[in-house]
Design a protein around this ligand. Sequence first.
Ligand code: PHE
Length: 390
Amino acid sequence: MIQNTPSANVRIVFLSFAVAVAAAVGLAGCGGGGSADTGDTIKIGEFASLTGATASFGTASHNGAIMVIDAANGAGGVLGKKIKLITEDDQSKPGEAATAVRKLISRDRVVALIGEIASSRSLEAAPIAQQNKIPMVSPGSTNQNVTKVGDYIFRVCFIDPFQGTVMAKFTLNSLKKTRVAVLTDVRQDYSVGLSQYYKDFLTKNGGTVISEQSYSSGDQDFKAQLTSIKGANPEVVFVPGYYNEVGLIARQARELGITVPILGGDGWDSPTLTQIGGAALDNTFFSNHFSVEDQNPVIQNFVRDYRERFKKDPDGMAALGFDAAKVLLDAMTRAGSTEPAKVREALAGTVDFQGVTGKISIDPERNATKPAVVLAIKDGAFRYAETIAP
Ligand code: PHE
């Protein structure tokens, strides 16, 4: 054992020297992509919130991604090479996603990136991926601006102008309500955008916003905002936040005697939501990317494999992490290359790819157009309510 240490050190030094020389000569012999397509592995970087406030987003999407990569490696890999997924935990913290992506690109020289779920974190990382011309596929960031960063930034999910419309339609047509209150997390680009699109569609189609309140991620006491909302007597409260705060908001709302339906978006999707919110979440509804109750065999096979491996049900992020990895590997296969520019082209040409979150076609803005499901929460369980198409 002791004898291994010096030789291991020598090897590391030698490797860093080799990397430095390769960088100095502009990687002339490495496929011309500017990134290493080294030897017999393909390096893909993943940045995810494995810990911190939204840990369930990152762990679930990571689980989905490793299912795909392990299966591909088990079947011989992609383009004859094994895939190495290098995962960085951004701890759900602002600033960390950018640091993670810088490391993955300059230290690990990944050829492509998977991440993030939360829009604010994708928005801080995307400019770095774009500058370095490394394709990035976000599993779940729905804020409209994410893919506007540039032509190397993709996603496999629908976007918030659609998601906001879905919940506004659900309010007006399914619940038949018009007078709403909106409670927004002003620290999250996702929440700010989704509130706006919800209000836009609602007010253009006969609804009225009678109270608008806000909070910041990490807050624990929402009684002042909820008291004001209660005074306005809305028929529905729209809370497009993330699960921790939403669980608390639901409880405090019910304690204050707000009994009307509470609605939200995909940011609610976590088993932690019902652990926090409990019975206060009865009579609440949210839009999402996927339902475990969908009987489509593609989905049921995924649900079965996920349960077998992780001993729990997959949520929307798990399904999106799975689809992001699948779409990326499919693009590499079709490109016949891991050169970032070629993978980018192939990603842009994704048409009718059968994922577990629906059929994925990448549009000219590098977004996926797909239906959304609305889930109802009843006795702590997420029940399929309806599907709303774009
Ligand atoms: N759409 C959310 C965002 O953009 C993240 C999310 C995706 C949350 C999927 C849950 C499920 O921030």
